[in-house]
Write a protein that binds this ligand. Structure first.
Ligand code: FES
Length: 77
């Protein structure tokens, strides 16, 4: 790697999720949400990505970061 490229690699957010793909995109149809609350990972450490498995807690403890999930709430009408 060129020095600049290596420097950018050292800052990777996504360490292991779908690395075979040039871009990780997840599409969720809101109408398909079964439960009233669904948490989606934003730390890229979840073993159940794109769903949060609370791995962000360990990540935050180890790094001092402050990331957490995106929580979608479904209104019950
Ligand atoms: Fe990534 Fe919770 S596991 S935000």
């Amino acid at each position: 790697f060129l020095p600049q490229r290596k420097k950018q690699r050292d800052c990777l957010i996504n360490l292991k999720i779908q690395k075979e793909n040039p871009k990780v995109v997840n599409e969720i149809d809101i109408e398909d949400l079964r439960s009233t609350n669904v948490c989606y990972c934003r730390c890229w450490r979840s073993k159940t990505f794109p769903v949060c498995d609370k791995s962000h807690i360990k990540h935050n403890e180890l790094t001092g970061d402050n990331v957490g999930p995106l929580i979608l709430k479904k209104k019950i009408l």
